[in-house]
Design a protein around this ligand. Structure first.
Ligand code: PEP
Ligand code: MG
Length: 319
């Protein structure tokens, strides 16, 4: 039985920090739509591409069937956007690595076979601005445009993954504009913070976008130089999002972003798993926290208790 949002609003605390949810498979929204989240802070489209579409986008372009890609992507996104409207949906452009793209049907022909380190190779924005992938990025943009304009779902925003430099972001945003999607008051553009360069140059990036979202999985990997898939290093305790270097980076990011009125979110695994990170982030002034569906209620309650504690502490200080 469906529970109304109003009822849930009475059950769960309202927080100053927004609580967002992460989502991959569009059909899962049916199960989670009534959870008390303020929006979706990360929709991974890779699931739609690999499971629903199945084909490499460049293969479909060569077959004269790009609409299979555009429509498949648009339908998956629209399903979620309609279900959660008017709450916002932040869709991340695809971030497959080369080895993953080459596994899509018809894909190996379009992918470099000599990439030794796909995790730090041709992924994220570097794909969107470089042939042969660039025409496929245009299809991703067309799918977003279709959802927003033809289907009228204006609660859909976009997020660029694995950003490394300001110049690549500029070029990708220009391609997006050429396809008719321009960053504006009702169309927000976020970037993910996964490469330390985006923290170091956060002020420059903040002038270009509306928001940041920390991909703590990749940010931890690259800040500490630890392969996120290495079970050996994980067992030794090296892969740890709570490492002071990672937390200090996030603090620096928040300060820089807020100077230019850009918002900061986090969508990596960390706050879904570590309560102490949640407290740390709220105290640093993060604007939103995006967590796995099973963590939404717990994190909302936790954030509310931390915010109350901060209020009390501040009032004691004043008196
Ligand atoms: C991250 O890096 O924290 C992230 C959310 O992206 P992914 O896990 O998909 O690389
Ligand atoms: Mg990542």
């Amino acid at each position: 039985e469906k529970i109304s949002l109003e009822f849930l609003a009475d059950l769960y605390p309202v927080t100053g920090t927004k609580i967002y949810m992460n989502l991959g498979e569009p059909d899962e929204i049916d199960r989670y739509v009534n959870l008390p989240f303020d929006g979706i802070g990360l929709m991974r489209v890779e699931f739609i591409i690999s499971s629903k579409i199945g084909y490499h986008p460049l293969y479909l372009i060569d077959q004269g069937k790009p609409e299979i890609f555009v429509d498949g992507l648009a339908d998956g996104i629209a399903k979620v956007a309609a279900a959660i409207s008017p709450r916002p949906l932040v869709v991340r452009f695809s971030d497959f690595k080369t080895n993953e793209y080459s596994r899509l049907k018809g894909g190996d022909k379009y992918e470099p076979s000599d990439e030794r380190n796909p995790m730090i190779g041709w992924r994220g924005v570097s794909r969107y601005i470089q042939k042969p992938y660039e025409p496929a990025f245009r299809l991703e943009v067309r799918a977003i445009k279709k959802v927003r304009e033809e289907m009228g779902l204006k609660n859909v925003y976009v997020m660029f993954p694995f950003v490394r430099t300001t110049w690549e972001l500029e070029r990708a945003m220009k391609i997006m504009e050429e396809e008719g999607l321009r960053r504006g008051k009702d169309f927000k553009v976020w970037i993910m913070v996964e490469v330390p360069s985006t923290v170091i140059l956060a002020e420059e990036f903040a002038k270009m976008v509306d928001g940041f979202s920390v991909g703590s999985n990749d940010l931890t990997q690259l800040t500490l130089g630890v392969d996120r898939d290495s079970s050996l290093l994980a067992k030794m305790g090296y892969f740890d999002e709570r490492d002071p270097a990672v937390l200090k980076s996030i603090g620096m990011l928040i300060d820089a972003a807020h100077k230019y009125n850009a918002t900061v979110s986090i969508c990596g695994q960390a706050p879904s798993v570590y309560p102490e990170i949640v407290e740390n982030l709220v105290r640093k002034g993060i604007d939103s926290i995006s967590v796995n569906p099973d963590a939404v209620i717990r994190v909302r309650r936790h954030v509310a208790s931390v915010e109350r504690r901060i209020l009390v502490e501040n009032s004691i200080k004043k008196s």
